[in-house]
Design a protein. Structure first.
Length: 157
C-alpha cells in the first residue's frame, strides 16, 4: 500500500467530498464556482484532436473499465451519476482524488446519490492521476468522445 497516497487521501477527502458535492449539485438558480486550469498546468497532451499521451490513454482505459458503469461513456453522466466532464470544470485534481478515495453521499432534490469509496482499490487509486488526465482533457474540450489514439513517439535511428 502506498502510504503517500493514503496520507494525501486522508488530508483532502473530507473537504473534497463536500466541495465536489456542492459543485455538482448547486442550488437551483445558483452556479458553482469554476476553477480553471492554466494552459501550462494541463495534465494531458492531445495532438490532432484525438491522439493522447500514454498516461491519458491509460486513464481512458481505466475510466472505461470501472467508472463508466455509473458516470456513463466518455464521462458524460447517466441516470445514476453526474457528468464528470462538467464536474471537472469546477474542482481541482486534489478534490477529484479525495472524492474518488472517500466517496460521497448526499441528497439532490429528493434523489439520494451514493458514490462508493475507492481508496482501497489499486485498480483505481494507483491510476487516479491518469483517470483525472483523461477526464480533464474531456472537460477542457481538448479531447472528443470515443477511444483516443496513442501518440507514437518518433523512432530514432
Amino acid at each position: 500500500m502506498n502510504f503517500r497516497i493514503l496520507f494525501r487521501q486522508a488530508a483532502v477527502a473530507g473537504f473534497a467530498a463536500a466541495a465536489l458535492f456542492v459543485g455538482m449539485y448547486p442550488a437551483s438558480g445558483q452556479s458553482a464556482q469554476t476553477a480553471s486550469t492554466p494552459p501550462s498546468d494541463k495534465p494531458y497532451t492531445v495532438e490532432d484532436g484525438n491522439k493522447v499521451d500514454p498516461k491519458t490513454y491509460n486513464g481512458y482505459r481505466r475510466y472505461h473499465s470501472i467508472c463508466h458503469t455509473c458516470h456513463g461513456p466518455d464521462g458524460l453522466g447517466s441516470s445514476f451519476a453526474p457528468s464528470l466532464v462538467d464536474s471537472l470544470k469546477r474542482i481541482s485534481s486534489d478534490q477529484f482524488e479525495g472524492i474518488v478515495a472517500g466517496g460521497v453521499q448526499g441528497n439532490n432534490g429528493g434523489n439520494i446519490r451514493v458514490m462508493p469509496a475507492f481508496a482501497s482499490d489499486p485498480n483505481v487509486m494507483d491510476y487516479i492521476l491518469d483517470i483525472y488526465s483523461y477526464l480533464k482533457a474531456r472537460s477542457d474540450g481538448a479531447l472528443g468522445r470515443g477511444r483516443p489514439e496513442r501518440i507514437v513517439a518518433a523512432k530514432t535511428n
